[in-house]
Design a protein around this ligand. Structure first.
Ligand code: GLU
Length: 421
């Protein structure tokens, strides 16, 4: 039978597994299997030719029992409602695990940003916000950047929302540039959070990160900062990196400045000189200590999981490992740290930005980093403690299930207290 790759079915399957282990109330389980609100919009956008093109966009509010919806917006050619629903579920668990005052949501537009000029990108960003403006807001649902959306796009979106409201609403969107009250630290907080998790995991597994070899799949915001931070904070060697076009490998380690140069000149990191060119599939199967998938979902699946054997698999992307692959990695003794723990630094950073926007009082970079470290390190130890608790009851669970149990039980408890079941 073909492996299930519909991301929303995967998200439901993961929830079902957790529900069974934790003996979740049936009514709560039924509520948590589906999003509370799904919005689909068709947006007319004026293109440079003068013609109008229609784009399809989504915004899904998965659950708001613990706070306003929260989650990024992806601009991706293969975006679909199933992906956005799955990602909104994962946002719910992510915010709950971090114990920040947000529910979960996600948005997306089917488009290829590489084919849009800046004016078209701005027109599209503004039109999307106009189309969903009734469903978002600082107390309702707060969007942020994700795949192929940037701080500049967030600034346009915040501006469009503010025009509709007839006053500036800085807290309506996070991941903004500093000039319009973004937060110090937010831009690299996804990768920084992952590095704090890696530091804790390495301590637990007694791995010397200074000697570690790391492969990173993806050269977007998360992958790029993961590269520079792992090298800068731990002195680790990054031996491989890729983008959507392909990748490069060198046992001696790669140089970030030269990768940036290759990307600017040739459009891909695979234009890097002095290293072996590899495909994305080959990168995942390299013999490394730490593998960091930092691109998109379903990268480690039934077909390749048996060949993927790092000591630690740090899921910086959302949904990079399928449930079938989960089982294989477990059998092979890979410590697979789940996405909604590892990449929660992004939304924790967004939470800090929203708190600062709401209070109109701004923190230093040092404050930001120290608070992020505290929250994500506590999430990591909560997950490990839950694993141990279940092990002592004779039930072996992986970190992903540990994280699910914590996250789901908090959302279920909030729904119960509010009288939803
Ligand atoms: N897009 C990021 C994520 O998937 C950040 C979301 C946010 O900051 O709201 O976690």
């Amino acid at each position: 039978m073909a492996e299930e790759l519909d991301p929303f079915k995967i998200a439901q399957k993961q929830l079902d597994e957790a529900a069974e282990i934790m003996k979740l109330d049936k009514q709560a389980h039924a509520m948590l299997r589906e999003p509370m609100q799904t919005v689909i919009v068709n947006i007319p956008v004026k293109m440079r030719s003068g013609a109008t093109q229609t784009f399809t966009g989504f915004r899904v509010l998965y659950n708001n029992a613990r706070g306003p919806g929260k989650g990024g917006i992806r601009f991706h050619p293969t975006e679909s409602i199933e992906t956005v629903k799955a990602l909104s579920a994962w946002m719910t668990w992510k915010c709950s695990l971090a114990n920040i005052q947000f529910g979960g949501a996600k948005g997306g537009v089917i488009c290829d940003t590489k084919k849009l000029n800046p004016m078209e990108l701005e027109n599209l960003s503004r039109a999307y916000i106009r189309a969903i403006s009734k469903f978002i807001g600082p107390e309702v649902d707060v969007p942020a950047p994700d795949v192929y959306t940037t701080p500049q796009i967030m600034a346009w979106m915040m501006d469009e929302y503010s025009r509709i409201k007839e006053h500036s609403e800085f807290g309506a969107i996070t991941g903004k540039p500093l000039e319009v009250w973004g937060s110090e630290g937010r831009n690299d907080s996804t990768a920084l959070g992952a590095m704090y998790v890696l530091r804790e995991a390495a301590k637990m597994k007694k791995i010397n990160l200074k000697k570690a070899k790391i492969a990173v799949q993806g050269f977007g915001n998360a992958g790029h900062f993961a590269f520079s931070l792992a090298a800068g904070m731990f002195g680790s060697k990054i031996v491989a990196i890729s983008d959507s076009e392909g990748g490069v490998y060198s046992d001696k380690g790669l140089d970030l400045a030269k990768l940036d140069e290759a990307k600017a000149k040739t459009g891909s990191v695979d234009g890097y000189k002095g290293a072996q060119r590899i495909t994305n599939e080959e990168l995942l199967e390299l013999d490394v200590d730490i593998l960091i998938p930092a691109a998109i979902e379903n990268q480690v699946h039934k077909g390749n999981a048996d060949k993927i054997k790092p000591k630690i698999l740090l899921e910086l992307a959302n949904g990079p490992v399928t449930p079938d692959a989960d089982k294989i990695l477990e059998q092979n003794g890979v410590l697979d740290l789940p996405d909604f723990l590892v990449n929660s630094g992004g939304v924790i950073g967004s939470y800090f930005e929203w708190v600062q926007n709401t209070a109109r009082y701004y923190w230093t970079r040092e404050d930001f980093d120290a608070k992020l470290d505290k929250i994500i390190t506590r999430s990591f130890s909560d997950v490990i403690a839950t694993q141990k608790e279940y092990a002592s009851k004779g039930k072996k669970i992986q970190p992903r299930m540990g994280a699910y149990i914590i996250a789901v039980s908090r959302v279920a408890a909030a729904m119960k207290m509010r009288g939803w079941y």
